[in-house]
Design a protein around this ligand. Structure first.
Ligand SMILES: NC(=O)c1ccc[n+]([C@@H]2O[C@H](COP(=O)([O-])OP(=O)(O)OC[C@H]3O[C@@H](n4cnc5c(N)ncnc54)[C@H](OP(=O)(O)O)[C@@H]3O)[C@@H](O)[C@H]2O)c1
Length: 347
């Protein structure tokens, strides 16, 4: 009889890959069978310490043997890893997707890409609260970006409560991740001159019914994005500021807190709050909404939310695995299982 534990490979053990690997390994229905690095570098030590079998991103004999020469036990190349996997989570830098997808298809494994790839390449995208069912038993998908995931978490329940939604928003984006020394700006505010930006419209790849556009601007911070959102509700929506806040408080992976009462008024305090929770790397999987920054004026809802760019998509990858493998059709059940297993690590 087939072992029912889902065998998961991680191709690209960087910012997202190392987090997804840990989130997979604490679930009781899946396991990490290997992670890849392009070359022997410091990230290999983390994989070794965590007990994840280490593979080379490439199949060339000289690239694989370089790991051994540096003192690492490399189990083989990508083909060897694919031969043992049910599904691969591609966490490579964006835009490598098309080439990698062909390799996964040749090996007959299911695949999940990240938000750095285009929807057109995968033909399907994923956010648990928006389109889990649509992803059931699919060959592959793309977990949308951190910004798009954040927008979906608050906008999808709002859409479902009022039946139509038109949204304008601005993404105030961190310039680089904390571990990234290559990107900027470091002393400037950089508008994204391709307007509208891709972030808002990308929501429509998982929830086409939401009519949304966005602008984006990069600012010199590394810790979070902030979204400034105006959502227009239909006439006769029947919502109030209070009922919307209550709805978000009951939505998985959304935290609503009063900034002035708690003293959490900037992304610095949100991140400190996250570090206090105690998750690895100080991650915050939830979207943070400032309660006192939410206001419904006639049909227009104004609010701010903060996104921890390195981690909000991590639990989404776990739920996407269950959708593709066809093991859980109820998105809320999957989310609850995912989050309980992650939380148990830090209780
Ligand atoms: N960082 C974020 O805030 C964030 C948030 C949401 C989504 N995403 C998306 O997640 C994806 C990964 O981003 P990231 O931030 O994790 O990037 P990252 O930190 O640069 O990590 C990428 C990893 O991919 C590996 N790699 C390089 N070339 C590869 C190849 N040809 N095949 C497989 N792996 C390869 C690199 O390995 P070596 O280290 O061994 O060279 C590196 O560890 C991107 O699509 C990105 O847009 C990122």
């Amino acid at each position: 009889m087939r072992d029912m534990t889902i065998k998961v490979a991680i191709n690209g053990y960087g910012t997202i890959g190392k987090r997804v690997a840990d989130a997979v390994s604490c679930q009781d229905d899946m396991e990490i069978i290997g992670v890849t690095k392009t070359r022997p570098s410091f990230g290999c030590d983390l994989a070794v310490r965590k007990g994840y079998p280490l593979y080379c991103t490439f199949d060339d004999a000289d690239k694989i043997s370089a790991f051994g020469e540096a003192g690492y036990d490399c189990k083989g190349g990508l083909k060897d890893l694919m031969a043992a996997a049910d599904i691969v989570i591609d966490c490579s830098p964006g835009k490598l997707g098309a080439e990698n997808k062909q390799k996964y298809q040749d090996a007959g494994v299911k695949w999940i890409f990240q938000g750095g790839e285009k929807h057109a390449m995968t033909g399907l995208s994923y956010t648990s609260c928006a389109n889990h069912m649509q992803n059931m038993n699919a060959e592959g998908t793309r977990v949308v970006s951190c910004n798009t995931t954040g927008l979906s978490r608050t906008l999808v329940p709002l859409y479902e409560a009022c039946g139509s939604l038109s949204v304008e928003c601005t993404m105030i984006r961190r310039a680089a991740d904390p571990g990234d020394s290559k990107k900027g700006p470091i002393n400037a505010i950089k508008p994204v001159l391709k307007v509208p930006s891709h972030h808002g419209p990308d929501v429509m790849t998982v929830k086409p019914e939401i009519n949304i556009n966005s602008l984006a601007v990069a600012v010199p911070t590394t810790i979070m994005h902030v979204h400034s959102i105006v959502a227009t509700l239909p006439d006769g929506h029947g919502m109030t500021t209070e009922s919307i806040i209550e709805m978000w408080k009951n939505q998985p992976r959304v935290i609503v807190m009063n900034g002035n009462e708690t003293g959490i008024t900037t992304t610095a305090e949100v991140m400190e709050f996250a570090r206090d929770i105690g998750r690895t790397w100080g991650d915050l999987h939830e979207i943070f909404v400032w309660e006192d920054g939410v206001k419904l004026v006639d049909n227009n809802l104004y609010y701010f939310q903060a996104i921890h760019q390195e981690s909000d998509v991590i639990p989404e990858n776990i739920d996407a695995i269950r959708a593709l493998m066809g093991t859980e059709s109820d998105w809320k059940a999957s989310v609850a299982k995912t989050d309980a297993a992650i939380s148990a690590l830090f209780d």
